[in-house]
Design a protein around this ligand. Structure first.
Ligand code: ATP
Length: 330
């Protein structure tokens, strides 16, 4: 019997609940420190306990015995490098090769630009900072250690502080991008290679610490605080878009799917997310993509305002993944 497995973090509950609802056996690769938490959930059939997720490859034979398919999520990407992910011996849902394109900022930019998405300008040298920029770490760092800068001097000061705090090692850890102003939105999609259809599943916003907390403090007090605000994701909140924006949401997703097919076979199969901001003209700037399920889909375990238009039953992204596997098996 095929089982569905994932790492115990990020969106594991949603993924395994969805898998159970679709009739699969469910397996969680779980760090010992989180065992108590995950034992609370009866839809998890089996826990494989590890000290750290880097032991995933050592669990291969157990997972093979269970005919497991791994659902990758943000924790897999932050805990394992691209080569380690590519050498996983168990089937990985989606396209494990595209995860390298997500982790490498240059490849990521290429995929977005070739998809004809509106992308913020990359600043290749801190000397060229002439406007508000955001310094981001490579990989899926979840916004931790990211900071804003308006000049080279400002950048150097903040970079040195983060080096002193042990958060980054140096310039090579950072990628500079123009800051895009507007209303942030994280667009969640699912592409089925079986039907060749793109489904828009939902949209969320992120609450990021410290940047979102700062807005609660008056400007005078903000100026008194010696803080480099980071963009560390703490949680997500739901959002719906003006209906007039939906057509372009689909077009952007379709362009991304088409480009992924061309650049990184077999393409952008399964869940993905385009992340960015809408400006005052309703134009979307994409500063980032995730080529796998995002944690923002955890909001919609009972379906979203958009999945309701596509399915007559509650359809979470986790369940949608399991449904695809079921259909593919047939
Ligand atoms: P994840 O993998 O969780 O998506 P990440 O480490 O790849 O995170 P980004 O999503 O690129 O990081 O950035 C983290 C946050 O920083 C974003 O959610 C957003 O708030 C902010 N951000 C990133 N790039 C820009 C930009 N160019 N303009 C404005 N805000 C930005």
């Amino acid at each position: 019997m095929t089982s569905i497995a994932t790492l115990g973090s990020h969106c594991a509950l949603q993924v395994l609940k969805g898998a159970k609802d679709e009739g699969f056996k469910t397996i969680l690769v779980c760090e010992k420190k989180r065992e108590k938490l995950y034992r609370r959930f009866k839809f998890i059939d089996k826990l494989i306990l590890v000290d750290t997720f880097s032991e995933l490859s050592e669990c291969s034979s157990q997972l093979k015995d269970d005919d497991a398919i791994i659902i990758p999520h943000g924790t897999l990407i932050s805990q394992m490098n691209s080569s380690q992910i590519e050498s996983i011996k168990i089937p990985v849902f989606g396209n494990k090769w595209i995860l390298r394109w997500e982790s490498d900022r240059k490849m990521k930019e290429k995929l977005m630009v070739e998809s004809n998405l509106n992308v913020p300008k990359t600043i290749h040298n801190p000397k060229d900072i002439g406007t508000l920029v955001i310094a981001k770490r490579h990989g899926a760092a979840g916004g931790k250690g990211y900071f804003l800068a308006t000049s080279e001097k400002d950048y150097n000061k903040k970079r040195d502080k983060l080096i002193a705090q042990g958060i980054i090692k140096g310039d090579n850890d950072l990628y500079l991008q123009e800051y895009a102003f507007g209303v942030s939105a994280y667009l969640q999609y699912f592409y089925s290679p079986l039907t060749e259809e793109l489904e828009f599943f939902g949209v969320d916003r992120r609450y990021e610490s410290d940047i979102d907390g700062l807005g609660r403090i008056p400007a005078l007090q903000q100026m008194d605080i010696d803080l480099i605000p980071s963009f560390n994701v703490i949680g997500n909140s739901p959002m719906v878009l003006r209906e007039s924006l939906l057509d372009e949401v689909y077009s952007m997703g379709e362009r991304f799917v088409d480009t992924a097919k061309r650049l990184v076979a077999p393409g952008m199969n399964g869940p993905f997310c385009l992340e960015g901001v809408y400006d005052d003209n309703g134009k979307f700037t994409t500063f980032e993509f995730s080529a796998r399920i995002v944690a923002g889909t955890n909001l919609y375990v009972d379906g979203s305002p958009y999945s309701t238009f596509l399915y007559d039953e509650p359809m979470s992204m986790g369940r949608r993944i399991a449904r695809e596997i079921k259909k593919a098996k047939k």
